[in-house]
Design a protein. Structure first.
Length: 749
């Protein structure tokens, strides 16, 4: 080849060099290493253009003015001047450098880069990653290989613009796109140019995906425990399992240690999943004892149709929910279940075996008020349940068979074993416009009670048997008509009257214990069941009919828009079987139930149920909820719950934008009966371009006489924290407390 001489500025020179290094010439150490995320096409030609070129094409080319260098589709660079060394496949460039490499963008003043190995450096650089949007500036970037770079005295942020709201500044940042990880030493996190956190080391995901590292600390304040600070460390063990470890400083208690592990996977037998959480507080400053809470759940397939699992919960003492509850649900959880179970299912039958035990945490106020004592359920040691069924057999008949064998154990009540068998057969007649389903069933039970002195007077017989037949008929009609109630597109309104008759003869059951049975809650589901009790220890005598009318409004696509329901039960005989009394209930009709539920418009949703006693002319209970949701991150909820003689609560909650970036979140639940606040929440959220700040305070009842008021603050820096929260986590609190709440910056899971 010949030398190229200088040319007039108006003429551009172009030169193409085919890469001399083939796949066979890749160094041995590179062959042994895992394939990197960024792979240069070594066979692609290197195309160079400039206003002038000089040198020897076989050795070295000097490019001057408006230099453009391209290697395939992976790399493009512009500069004022450059020198290409063909043997080394290496560029030296100076002046207004711009480089696009594997979608990432760099600028700088001076650069050296080996196109084969990816090694080189860039002085006074800025950089921006295609994946994750991370960007920053530095004194120098050293390119280690095609995936890895080291940033010297540089910054990193995911905010756009020249003046980011937050950034981290580190003496050394290692950015590895192949492993999707950034690590820094001697790092300070700045927010609004104010240092808010310093750390000797930091690790984060370049794409914003989950990865191991410290999460943002969560400060808070609790009225019972004082100042709290949670510092979680997240371990992304694998795509399907993770572990969060945390120390939590509690001003009036000490240092609490915790761990939350989650996993999900699959074996040859099928799926498995689980979660375990542990909290441990050594030597509580106030109680001078070690305190802990354990929660663990697991589900796993052992073979086709065969699964097993457990649900274990345990606390160190009765006061643990009062002192460490993070929300209303955990504060009121006082019957802690410990269960181990296995299930086997086929198309026609299933078998379940389990053992159950409970730890009961008594309300501290129960020492002075026995009415507040939490009742301890019976343990099942063990319980075996069998279910089988076939549908549309023998000319249209359906049949099912349920059986149960259980050993009941209790420290203070009568103990014993119970065997129950319930065969039933029905003949559904379903036609367009109507249905009729007669059913015949038998409940057969046998008891063997322990003969001990404490319970012998109440249950003198140790062997008891019972067989109670039941006949029922369920029937209904379906009428339809066109309607335009919800718009010009039209729709369908149905009118569905329904009658449900039940006959069960009376059997004296006063000598039978009540291991797991209670009165059923009177609602629209219960009035269409054969037994008014929940459980197998009582089979209620019945000669009754339930009458109901349902009207549904359907959209043209078949989606239900609104459902209206009216129902009442009529009795033709006294109800002689009672739970713990021999006095029959004499009434000719039940209370009336009325319900309305549905999305009545694009913005309004209603859910309501009213129970009315026509004999006394008064409401017995009602529950209604209205939700207004006109757009994203806009929701208002209003509800009222009333139960005569025990409860009357009004609730208001919502999320609403106060400005373009500021949102208010709140909830108030007030007991009109007791004239006191049951629980409340007030919070604010501010959404920046690349961060979210939330703060709030919540007050909720932890026992009959105690309440807790946690105060929390939380700053989410987009791309730096994966949003997982523990303790007084603002996002978790808002999500669980306000129906319809939407996160301003949803966490990556």
């Amino acid at each position: 080849m010949s030398w190229f001489s200088a040319s007039p500025p108006s003429q551009r020179w172009a030169f193409a060099i085919s890469a001399l290094v083939t796949a066979a010439a890749v160094p041995a150490h590179a062959q042994k290493a895992p394939r990197p995320a960024h792979v240069e096409d070594v066979d692609a030609p290197t195309v160079m253009t400039a206003d002038s070129m000089s040198g020897r094409p076989e050795r070295e080319l000097n490019l001057n003015s408006n230099v453009v260098i391209e290697r395939g589709k992976t790399t493009k660079m512009t500069a004022d001047t450059a020198c290409y060394k063909q043997v080394e496949d290496e560029f030296d460039a100076e002046g207004r450098i711009r480089m696009w490499r594997f979608g990432d963008y760099y600028t700088g003043d001076v650069m050296k880069l080996n196109m084969e190995t990816g090694k080189g450096f860039l002085l006074n650089p800025t950089y921006q990653f295609e994946v994750g949007g991370g960007r920053g500036k530095a004194e120098r970037i050293d390119f280690i290989n095609q995936d890895e770079a080291t940033v010297i005295d540089g910054t990193y942020t995911t905010c756009e613009g020249p003046n980011p709201d937050w950034y981290l500044k580190s003496s050394t940042l290692n950015l590895d796109s192949g492993r999707d990880v950034g690590t820094g030493s001697k790092t300070v996190i700045y927010f609004k140019d104010v240092p808010i956190l310093g750390t000797p080391g930091i690790s984060f995901s370049l794409s914003g995906a989950r990865r191991s590292g410290w999460l943002a600390p969560t400060p808070g304040f609790n009225s019972k425990n004082g100042f709290e600070l949670l510092v979680p460390y997240y371990l992304n063990i694998a795509p399907n399992r993770d572990l969060t470890l945390y120390p939590k400083y509690i001003q009036r208690r000490g240092i609490q240690l915790g761990a939350v592990g989650r996993y999900l996977g699959e074996t040859d037998a099928g799926l498995y999943s689980g979660e375990t959480a542990v909290e441990y507080l050594p030597n509580d400053k106030q109680t001078k004892t070690n305190r802990y809470m354990i929660k663990s759940k697991h589900e796993q397939a052992l073979a086709k149709g065969w699964t097993y699992g457990w649900d274990v919960r345990e606390a160190s003492d009765n006061n643990y929910p009062n002192d460490f509850s993070k929300n209303v649900a955990s504060a009121t959880e006082r019957q802690l279940l410990r269960e181990l179970r296995t299930d086997y299912r086929t198309e026609d039958w299933s078998l379940t075996a389990r053992v159950q035990n409970y730890q009961v945490l008594q309300d501290p106020a129960a020492a002075t008020d026995p009415n507040l004592t939490v009742t301890r359920p019976y343990d099942r040691l063990p319980s075996v349940n069998f279910h089988a069924g076939k549908y549309d057999v023998w000319g249209g008949f359906d049949w099912t068979f349920d059986a149960e064998a259980t050993r009941f154990s209790h420290p203070t009540k009568v103990e014993g074993s119970r065997v129950v068998a319930v065969p039933q057969v029905s003949f559904p007649i379903i036609r367009p416009g109507y249905f009729v389903t007669p059913k015949l069933m038998l409940n057969a039970s046998a008891y063997e009670l322990d003969n001990n002195a404490a319970t012998r007077a109440q249950f003198p017989k140790t062997s008891l048997t019972r067989a109670v037949p039941t006949f029922s008929v369920d029937s209904g009609l379906v009428f339809e008509r066109d309607t335009k109630l919800f718009g010009d597109k039209g729709g369908t309104q149905t009118l569905e009257p329904r009658l449900f008759y039940v006959y069960t003869p009376y059997r004296d059951q006063s000598q039978f214990p009540t291991f797991d049975t209670d009165n059923g809650t009177f609602n629209l589901t219960q009035i269409f069941t054969e037994n008014r009790f929940v459980g197998s220890d009582r089979i209620g005598d019945a000669n009754q009919v339930t009458a109901a009318v349902v009207s549904r409004f359907l959209q043209p696509d078949g989606a239900e828009r609104l459902r209206l329901t009216f129902g009442q039960r009529f009795y033709f005989a006294d109800q002689r079987v009672q739970l713990n009394s021999a006095t029959p209930v004499n009434q000719s009709r039940s209370d009336i139930l009325l319900a309305a539920t549905g999305r009545v418009s694009d913005t309004w949703t209603v859910d309501s149920l009213v129970q009315y006693n026509p004999s006394e002319g008064q409401l017995m209970s009602y529950n209604y909820t209205l939700q207004y949701q006109p757009g994203a991150k806009k929701v208002l909820n209003v509800s009222n719950r009333f139960q005569r003689g025990s409860m009357r609560n009004a609730e208001v909650s919502g999320q609403w934008p106060l400005t373009d970036r500021l949102y208010g979140v709140g909830r108030i639940s007030y007991s009109l009966l007791d004239r006191r606040m049951v629980d409340s929440l007030v919070g604010l959220e501010y959404k920046g371009d690349c961060w979210v700040f939330r703060m709030g305070a919540q007050r909720f009842v932890t026992s009959a006489k105690d309440a807790s008021t946690p105060i929390f603050f939380q700053l989410e820096l987009t791309g730096l924290s994966n949003g997982l929260g523990l303790g007084a986590n603002g996002l978790e609190t808002f999500t669980k407390t306000v129906p319809g709440y939407q996160a301003l910056n949803p966490p990556i899971r």
